[in-house]
Design a protein around this ligand. Structure first.
Ligand code: NI
Length: 166
C-alpha cells in the first residue's frame, strides 16, 4: 500500500468531473486500499474522494465513527454513489484535505438517502443524517469538481484561516 499525493487548491484538476467505475477488479481494490491509507495519513480526515489524489473515478471513503455520539454506518467505501433524497438543511463547519488553510460554514441537507455500490460492486442503500450526511455531501461534491469553498454561505464572513490543521 502507498500514501498518495493529495491535490490542493488552486490545482485545476480538482474541478474535473469524475467518471463512474465500470470494472470492480483487483486493481480497483489496490487503489481503494491506497486511498484509505492516504485518508488515515491525513490529519483526522473523515472522508476522501478519488479525484483528490488525481484519479477521476466516482469513489469515496467515509468514516465518521470516531466522532462521539453521532449516528453513523462505520467505515464506508462508496463507488458510484448517488443521493436520491434530501431533507432539511443546516449550517456547519467543514474542512478538506485539498483546502489545507481554511475551514468554512456550509449549508447542507440534514438527512439524505444514498444509493451506491460497495468496493465489490454490491448494492448499498443508506439513510444518513447529521454529520455523516454532511460528510457524504462534501465527498460526493468532489466527484463533480466542487469544493466546500464554492458553497460557503459568504466568502467574506464564513471562510476561516486555520493555524494548524486538526
Ligand atoms: Ni474534501
Amino acid at each position: 500500500m502507498a500514501v498518495l499525493d493529495i491535490l490542493t487548491l488552486p490545482d485545476e484538476r480538482l474541478r474535473q468531473v469524475s467518471e463512474p467505475v465500470q470494472v470492480f477488479d483487483g486493481e480497483l481494490q489496490r487503489f481503494i486500499d491506497d486511498l484509505e491509507e492516504t485518508r488515515r495519513a491525513g490529519p483526522a480526515a473523515v472522508g476522501i474522494a478519488a479525484p483528490q489524489v488525481g484519479r477521476f473515478q466516482r469513489i469515496v471513503i467515509l468514516d465518521v465513527s470516531k466522532k462521539k455520539n453521532i449516528p453513523n454506518h462505520g467505515h464506508l467505501v462508496l463507488v458510484n454513489p448517488e443521493i436520491t433524497h434530501w431533507e432539511g438543511f443546516e449550517i456547519g463547519r467543514e474542512g478538506c484535505l485539498s483546502v489545507p488553510d481554511y475551514t468554512g460554514n456550509v449549508v447542507r441537507a440534514t438527512r439524505l438517502r444514498l444509493q451506491s455500490r460497495d468496493r465489490e460492486g454490491a448494492t448499498l442503500d443508506l439513510e444518513m443524517e447529521g454529520f455523516e450526511a454532511r460528510a457524504a455531501q462534501h465527498e460526493l461534491d468532489h466527484l463533480d469538481g466542487l469544493l466546500f469553498v464554492d458553497r460557503v454561505v459568504s466568502r467574506r464572513t464564513d471562510l476561516f484561516r486555520r493555524k494548524v490543521y486538526q
